[in-house]
Design a protein around this ligand. Structure first.
Ligand SMILES: NC(=O)C1=CN([C@@H]2O[C@H](COP(=O)(O)OP(=O)(O)OC[C@H]3O[C@@H](n4cnc5c(N)ncnc54)[C@H](O)[C@@H]3O)[C@@H](O)[C@H]2O)C=CC1
Ligand SMILES: O=C(O)/C=C/C=C(\O)C(=O)O
Length: 479
């Protein structure tokens, strides 16, 4: 199936008529083509967005809210179609796409459709100076949204929905590896009555189409989720142009397990936080630290549960681990397993490619658990972004805190304990933007979402996102 750009409310081929093959990770076959868009396509998308801006930015919040909620309803009505497309494009189990990815994409539109009706701004009465200050929150103009392949529609809409709700017009680029649901979203936006040019979706490579977005002199803000190296590059290009930047980057998140936790709950959640979406979520707990007194028990129970996971074709309801997103990514993850062996890591289970009958060229990998002796190894320091976790024991709270923080990333951390004082102490000292205690990936869309250190800049979610997508203008009136 061939995909087209969505510009000014129309589906269009790329100006240069150049195309990229789109692969299905479950069987390794090419199943369509996507535009290899160039600067000209991005320029056209910008022109459409710029001409839509005066009207969209002046539309009432009720009107924007109504359209966003309509998009949400249409996504829900098309759940099966979108879930199938997401699963085929990405390799994730259909059950995950149906239960998580597409419902969350719909929630993103509904949430920001509602949030904009509650969004306000501050006023400050300057007592003694006979003046009042009030702050306008105005849309920025045309903004760029660039998203990755791991949670394709979920993360694409997590950016677009607040940008549109706040009155901006958007030039958006999904990952070239998983373009399909972003393409289908165009149809839904038209059906929901989104005026033409308000949202423009350009497909293509990061180094060309993405680069043209970040370099565009009049695209005034960039919201990006993806790898830390790409984020650093975007910051370098965008900063001298004084663009607003929101960067949600990689993670190497600690999962810290104390002996006093609710063991059964911890064990089940730890399997999920290690391997959900084939471990391709920036929030996955890829470094597991276990208190020494329960280490051997945990190790045996965890490995047994991991071995029972079902690697299979994404369309099978029983599949818990689907295919990795691409051949290149599979090779990257396999290379880390080789690195582990050279670093004397002990592979407790997994480590091998899986050949699924009938889909021999698919990108399947066994969920892999590696016991490491130190937090200093590459496996504990570098983002693998696949179904690979490390485990190691710790003796004291101080030791584990030092190891948890001794990494360049700072996205999320999970803590398993029933000790309230320890929870409070550690939550305040862990270097991460998001801490989960006795749970993982529990999301409330009102909360600030993002990381520190090499995990990014800025926060998404709730009013934080609406603040990012608006400029504050203070008005001081003397009376
Ligand atoms: N934080 C996260 O959630 C994610 C982290 N990653 C990490 O990044 C590694 C690399 O994965 P990639 O697919 O290469 O991620 P990436 O960071 O290159 O891609 C993310 C998005 O950025 C775009 N992009 C790439 N170069 C660009 C540029 N120069 N200007 C503008 N946009 C650009 C891509 O086309 C894609 O839409 C993964 O192995 C993983 O470790 C990948 C995806 C998501
Ligand atoms: O917003 C969420 O719930 C999850 C976000 C996950 C990522 O940004 C990621 O995995 O890249």
């Amino acid at each position: 199936m061939n995909i087209q750009n969505y510009i000014n409310g129309q589906f269009l081929p790329p100006v240069a008529d150049e195309w990229i093959d789109n692969y299905c990770p479950a069987n390794g076959e090419i199943y369509g083509q996507i535009p290899n868009s160039s600067k000209e396509d991005v320029d056209n998308a910008y022109i459409a967005a710029e001409s839509a801006f005066p009207s969209w930015s002046q539309s009432t919040f009720e009107e924007r809210s109504r359209i966003l909620i309509k998009i949400s309803e249409l996504l829900e009505a098309n759940l099966q179609r979108f879930a199938e497309a997401e699963s085929k494009d990405n390799g994730k189990p259909i059950s995950l796409a149906k239960d998580v990815d597409i419902p969350r994409a719909a929630s993103n539109f509904r949430f920001f459709g509602n949030a904009i009706t509650q969004f306000g701004s501050e006023s400050h009465e300057s007592v003694g100076q006979d003046a009042i200050n009030y702050t306008l929150r105005q849309p920025i103009g045309v903004v760029g949204c660039i998203s990755p392949w791991n949670l394709p529609l979920y993360l694409f809409t997590w950016k677009i929905a607040p940008a549109l709700a706040a009155g901006n017009c958007v030039v958006a680029k999904p990952s070239e590896v998983t373009p399909m649901t972003a393409y289908l979203l165009g149809e839904i936006c038209t059906e929901a009555g989104l005026p033409k040019g308000v949202l423009n979706i350009v497909h293509g490579l990061g180094t060309t189409a993405g680069q043209a977005i970040i370099e565009h002199p009049d695209i005034k803000a960039i919201s990006f989720t993806g790898g830390t190296t790409t984020g650093a590059h975007i910051a370098k290009v965008a900063a001298p142009m004084f663009k607003k930047l929101s960067l949600e980057l990689g993670g190497k998140n600690p999962n810290i397990i104390f002996a006093d936790c609710d063991y059964k709950d911890m064990l089940e959640t730890t399997v999920r936080s290690s391997f959900a979406n084939q471990g391709q979520i920036c929030l996955c707990g890829s470094r597991i630290f276990v208190e020494a007194s329960i280490y051997e028990t945990f190790k045996n129970d965890f490995v047994a549960k991991v071995k029972a996971l079902k690697v299979g074709h994404p369309s099978e309801e029983k599949t818990t681990i689907g295919a990795l997103v691409s051949k290149a990514h599979l090779e990257k993850v396999l290379n880390y397993i080789e690195i582990a062996k050279s670093e004397k890591g002990n592979v407790l289970c997994g480590g091998n490619r899986v050949i699924v009958k009938g889909y021999e060229n698919g990108y399947y990998l066994e969920p892999t658990v590696i016991e490491v002796a130190s937090n200093d190894c590459r496996l504990n320091q570098e983002e693998i972004f696949g179904p690979v976790v490390t485990i190691m024991p710790f003796e004291t709270e101080d030791d584990v805190l030092t190891m948890a923080n001794d990494v360049k990333y700072g996205l999320s951390a999970t803590l398993w304990t029933n000790d309230l004082k320890r929870t409070m102490r550690m939550s305040s000292q862990l270097q991460a933007g998001i801490i989960w205690v006795n749970t993982w990936m529990m999301r409330d869309l009102r909360t600030p979402f993002g990381g520190i250190k090499a995990s990014g800049v800025g926060r998404e979610g709730g009013f934080e996102a609406l603040r990012f997508f608006t400029e504050a203008k203070n008005v001081c009136i003397k009376y």
